[in-house]
Design a binder for this molecule. Structure first.
Ligand SMILES: N[C@@H](CCC(=O)N[C@@H](CS)C(=O)NCC(=O)O)C(=O)O
Length: 205
């Protein structure tokens, strides 16, 4: 059985959504970031950069594997389960890759800065607040324009959508509001209604 290492953050929920969509059995391990458990040497053998999510699969290709990085985990469990969320057809895969990389490299990275400077930091830094708020609203506009004529980022539900859902749920819905981003709202609500999403965002202990 796979071991999945998780905490209640955007990247943690991405991984857990993919695990739940896969239908594969796994054991959930909570890595309490507030208690700095990510620096446990045993955990760092699995995730050298001391970050969740991370995965250990004793039955990987060619033997046991460990995987860090949410994007890599999303692809791995989707391919292992063959649930189609990381499609095999090159014409579909190229679009999934584009938005999966956008989600991992751009959207979440900048949304985390918004979360830090605008929502959580005790330092009042007006310049950083304005910069990351403007930037996050700009990204919501980018998502909204694409979703105006695509049901999901690569047309069918895929790991690309999973990679952008948690920050949209946490910051788009809860912090900014989606009234000016109706397509993002529609997309968010469709994903939120999925049973796997509900399980992923449900109790973890
Ligand atoms: N690029 C990584 C980022 C993962 C990441 O930022 N994880 C954060 C929580 S969301 C973390 O574990 N931080 C703890 C630390 O850096 O010590 C991914 O997509 O998985």
């Amino acid at each position: 059985m796979m071991d999945f290492y998780f905490f209640t953050t955007d990247n943690g929920y991405k991984g857990r959504m993919a695990m739940e969509e896969s239908g594969l059995p796994y054991k959930l391990h909570l890595v309490n970031l507030r208690a700095k458990e990510q620096f446990n040497p045993e955990f760092m053998k699995i995730s050298p950069g001391h970050k969740i999510p991370a995965l250990h699969d004793p039955e990987g290709p060619g033997g046991p594997v460990t995987i860090a990085e949410s994007g890599a985990i999303l692809k791995y469990v989707s391919q292992k389960s063959q649930n189609g969320l990381y499609p095999s057809l090159p014409a579909q895969r190229v679009k999934v890759d584009q938005w999966l990389f956008y989600g991992s490299a751009t959207y979440t990275t900048l949304a985390q800065q918004f979360g830090h400077w605008v929502i959580r930091s005790p330092d009042d830094n007006p310049g950083a607040k304005k910069f990351y708020t403007d930037n996050y609203i700009d990204m919501l506009g980018i998502l909204d324009r694409h979703l105006a004529d695509h049901e999901y980022f690569a047309d069918q539900y895929s790991v690309a959508d999973i990679s952008m859902f948690p920050d949209t749920h946490l910051h788009g819905v809860n912090d900014i509001g989606l009234k000016d981003f109706k397509n993002v709202q529609r997309w968010h609500d469709a994903i939120w209604a999925r049973p796997a999403t509900q399980r992923a965002w449900g109790p973890h202990e």
